[in-house]
Design a protein around this ligand. Structure first.
Ligand code: FES
Length: 368
């Protein structure tokens, strides 16, 4: 069956891997791109032009910390001029009275601000930056005061899972319209810290109850998006809405990827915007065609009635858990490797081990 190639809808522009924080659940690759390998402003502008031409509707500026790039306002302004909806995914530690006006002036549409915890001491321990929490709260205040739509993102893990009710209360107080209560996903550094981060089944149940209660309590005031850990599911998520279907990720050095973790896929060339056009890569590059649609699927996916709903789950998770990116996502209860997922949960230590931290040069630049 020939697969229909749709236009990409969203583009994730990972402007840099530089970040003032060092979260042990970071999903960026274990080997980060140094600053000298980052695309230039002109190269990013070309990417935005090509994306708009292809039909992309939304651009998410991300990182690392995208506010480490002094040209962020210029890139936002350019994207807005192309009619793209612009979202800034930020830790907020560089968003302040000095830097925020340039983003407003550029026409930024939305801010997604991440928190490591609502408990300041633990949040700063996890992020590895003293004073970060106060900066984030001030960033939220500035965005809300401007009237720009604000989404808060709380990453949930074993240590902070009990504090979900306080996180949701804080989100209301900070003027967020939407909050994501998102359990850690196990890619990159998150996978390396899986034993320390993975909640117990009882914790997951409590978290789910807290979210359900808050949905009633804050109805009409706060939208809550809830992301559970794949490992406790029995059906896989439709990762990225399907490989090469609606989503493009550009790495700091210009690699064009179907998802943020795709650089782990072995034995395939990684296309990049310095050597090819975005449109040609999207349509023809083997990295994009290899898992597009349903033709690549093994059994039991191939004959499963969910195959065009979950698109076979997550290729990067299949690689991480089964050692084969083309395998059925082991999260699925029907997968031959499902026992591996159960084994991870069955052997969780009673006491979580200490975090392993990535060490990376701190970002010192600010926009403005
Ligand atoms: Fe790569 Fe899911 S993260 S396919």
């Amino acid at each position: 069956m020939t697969e229909t190639i749709l236009s990409p809808m969203s583009l994730l522009a990972e402007l840099t891997h530089r970040c003032p924080l060092q979260c042990p659940y970071c999903s960026n690759p274990l080997a980060l791109e140094p600053r000298q390998n980052e695309l230039s402003t002109a190269e990013w502008i070309s990417v935005l032009d090509q994306a708009a031409e292809m039909g992309v509707l939304q651009v998410h500026f991300s990182g690392g910390e995208p506010m480490s790039r002094p040209d962020l306002p210029e890139l936002i302004r350019h994207a807005v001029g192309l009619g793209l909806y612009t979202n800034l995914i930020t830790s907020g530690v560089l968003l302040n009275e000095k830097t925020f006006p340039a983003l407003v002036e550029a026409g930024l549409d939305h801010v997604q601000l991440s928190f490591q915890d609502i408990d300041t001491a633990n949040a700063e321990l996890v992020g590895g930056m003293k004073g970060a929490q106060a900066r984030k709260i001030e960033a939220a205040r500035l965005v809300a005061a401007d009237g720009m739509p604000l989404t808060l993102n709380f990453v949930i893990y074993r240590e902070n899972a009990a504090r979900v009710p306080q996180m949701l209360e804080a989100a209301v107080q900070m003027g967020a319209r939407r909050v994501e209560i998102a359990h850690t996903q196990y890619y990159g550094w998150g996978l390396a810290n899986r034993e320390a981060l993975m909640p117990t089944a009882a914790q997951l149940e409590q978290t789910t109850e807290a979210v359900e209660a808050a949905r009633k309590k804050y109805e009409g005031r706060l939208t809550i998006d809830y992301v559970t850990p794949d490992y406790y599911a029995d059906r896989p998520k439709p990762c990225m809405g399907g490989w090469g279907r609606r989503f493009i990720n550009i790495s700091p050095s210009g690699r064009v990827l179907p998802c943020h973790a795709a650089e782990t896929i072995p034995n395939v060339a990684f296309p990049d915007v310095k050597h090819d056009t975005l449109d040609h890569i999207w349509r023809e590059a083997p990295l994009f065609t290899m898992f597009r649609g349903t033709d690549w699927m093994p059994q039991p996916c191939r004959s499963c009635d969910q195959r065009e709903k979950d698109w076979g789950g997550c290729r990067c998770q299949a690689l991480a858990l089964a050692g084969d990116a083309a395998a059925t996502d082991p999260v699925c209860a029907r997968a031959p490797d499902h026992e591996r997922v159960k084994a991870v949960l069955d052997t969780l230590p009673a006491e979580p081990p200490p975090f392993r931290y990535r060490r990376y040069a701190r970002a010192t630049d600010e926009v403005g």
